[in-house]
Design a protein around this ligand. Structure first.
Ligand code: ATP
Ligand code: HSE
Length: 320
């Protein structure tokens, strides 16, 4: 489970002394998630999420993530809002690691994605992109095309332990993506990790986004490429063009596509598949045998990458 750092009652009490959110009633580790330690914190005033930031999150990036959530929430995007301490700061330290408290968001993740979920997601994502347009901070996407060579080197020939010949395939893929990667398309703040476990629904409608810890400035269409991979494949690996069409058309109704964006989707979807394949491969090959958290299966993303490599154009996603 995703609690890498245990907190003692004394440490928690000392941490909360810097906040004005009442007395602790309960603080329970949350099993979901793989990146950070998360706790459901109940106090006499309300319910919150306490996060201790772990391995992949660099502390210098935290002000970007926390300020972004505040910015989006202030513009009507439903997402966690960081709670300020009595010192006015949102970022504090617990057990020697950076930590923050954010508001608890109501809603549930969908377990069986249907086209109408993709439709609601598309509209909500476009509204988030528009709401982020005047966010003043900048963070490059260090897990995009310029970051992949280092990730591939870190995985190395051990990729072949997961699928024979994979390392050579990924080297070729990287070279092709480096030369085909689109430049000059509309960009702004993107979520960059909008998987079903990071989107809450109430009924059939999106009720909020969580987990902004990969958010960055990059192509808007790249966020859609992440969603095509995370939302539009069936458990048997078949691509579902109805879901893709629902996602993309709902997005375009709120933020109309600009020239080149739709055409770039196959390359962007290959890139997004490579990104999650590389981080999953790295975690798969490097997790300690006694780790709490089971690493996610990289093979799912080998299949997705090959699928997008085989498409002839955006028509495969139900759009032209
Ligand atoms: N603001 C929030 N409101 C309600 N629940 C939350 C909130 N933030 C996190 N959670 C709960 O905690 C779980 C883990 O959170 P989160 O996805 O941010 O963790 P993570 O370790 O960064 O995971 P990953 O990057 O693997 O998605 C979520 O699935 C959700 O159940
Ligand atoms: N969403 C990522 C993990 C956390 O970033 C994945 O499924 O590989």
């Amino acid at each position: 489970m995703a609690v890498y750092t245990e907190i003692s009652d004394a440490d928690l009490a000392a941490f909360l002394a810097d906040y004005d959110i009442g007395e602790v009633v309960a603080c329970k580790g949350i099993a979901e998630g793989v990146e950070n330690s998360n706790f459901l914190l109940s106090t006499t005033v309300g319910t919150y999420i306490l996060t201790i930031y772990e391995k992949r999150v660099r502390s210098e990036d935290l002000p970007y993530f926390l300020n972004l959530m505040e910015h989006l929430a202030a513009r009507g995007v439903r997402c966690p809002t960081p709670i300020r301490g009595t010192d006015g700061e949102t970022l504090h330290e617990l057990n020697g690691k950076p930590a923050a408290i954010v508001s608890f968001l109501q809603g549930l993740c969908v377990k069986r994605v249907q086209p109408h979920h993709c439709r609601s997601l598309g509209g909500a994502l476009a509204r988030m992109h528009l709401a982020g347009q005047d966010f003043p901070m900048y963070r490059p996407n260090d897990l995009s095309v310029d970051g992949w060579p280092a990730l591939l080197d870190a995985v190395g020939e051990r990729a072949d332990e997961v699928a024979p010949g994979l390392y050579a395939e990924l080297r070729d893929e990287l070279a092709e993506l480096q030369s085909a990667w689109p430049r000059g398309l509309p960009e702004g703040v993107i979520h960059a990790d909008l998987f079903p476990d990071n989107v809450f629904f109430r009924g059939d409608e999106v009720s909020g986004f969580i987990d902004f810890y990969f958010a960055c400035n990059d192509l808007f269409a790249y966020d859609l490429a992440v969603c095509l991979n995370a939302w539009c494949f069936e458990p048997d690996d078949a691509f579902n063009a109805t879901k893709a069409r629902a996602l993309l058309s709902a997005y375009g109704e709120v933020r109309p596509f600009q020239p080149g964006e739709v055409e770039a989707l196959p390359v962007l979807a290959r890139g997004s598949a490579l990104r999650f394949l590389l981080t999953r491969l790295y975690d798969w090959l490097n997790h300690p045998p006694d780790a709490y958290v089971a690493p996610k299966d990289p093979r799912e993303y080998i299949h997705k990458l090959r699928f997008h490599r085989g498409v002839r154009g955006p028509g495969a996603y139900g759009v032209t």
